[in-house]
Design a protein around this ligand. Sequence first.
Ligand code: HPA
Length: 246
Amino acid sequence: MLAIIGGSGLTQLSNLDVLERRVIRTPYGEPSGILSFGCISGRDVLFLPRHGYGHSIPPHRVNYRANIWALKECGVRRVVSVASVGGIRAGLNPGDIVIPHQIMDYTWGRKNTYFNGNDALVTHVDFTHPYDENLRRQLVLSATTAGIPIQDGGVYAATQGPRLETAAEIDRFERDGAAVVGMTGMPEAVLARELELAYAALNPVANHAAGRGESAGKIHFEHLGEILQEAMSRVRMIIEGVIHLV
Ligand code: HPA
């Protein structure tokens, strides 16, 4: 089964016919919300809003371990993460959709592994290619088939939040090779890898990152709604298409 983890701007999947909502408890605590089981174009899909249904859980307080564990327990094999980002790479504009291929992790203090060594052997999971390449290709194919332009590839810089970055931090991320910046990509991606779930991301650009474009002086986060909503309708179309590609 395919799961969608929705971020800001995608707290519901309007094309999902919900058949059942289930409360799941895990050894790591409670996921961000009730899991919605449903169908899109006749295929089973599970939806989980990363920040809770009222968008009340900030990025650094999301229980990523409970979320990914709950998906695994429900029989999920593939996870598409939807998470809005700030655009760093020149030419990336609000409304663009990036399907990243690499991650740099600048977060700290998050519970970022299931392998704490207490009751299992020390495990170093391979994370050379953090996103599942098959699922990435399926997302790209779904978008191109639907005629939706996307950016295929890019390095996602994961920051701690909840504050936005300084312009100097964004300059550093760019020197490090980052194309986009967001607050939720890690440890979500590595936890999915630890549980052997195929994981890939759709990252709609909500704003130019700090110090760039219209964010040169300040990021007007409160104005981002409209652009993001329009991008999310394209994100939904990409998801609809990917469901049939297994
Ligand atoms: N920085 C970090 N996370 C974000 C941004 C940003 O500029 N925009 C949307 N999520």
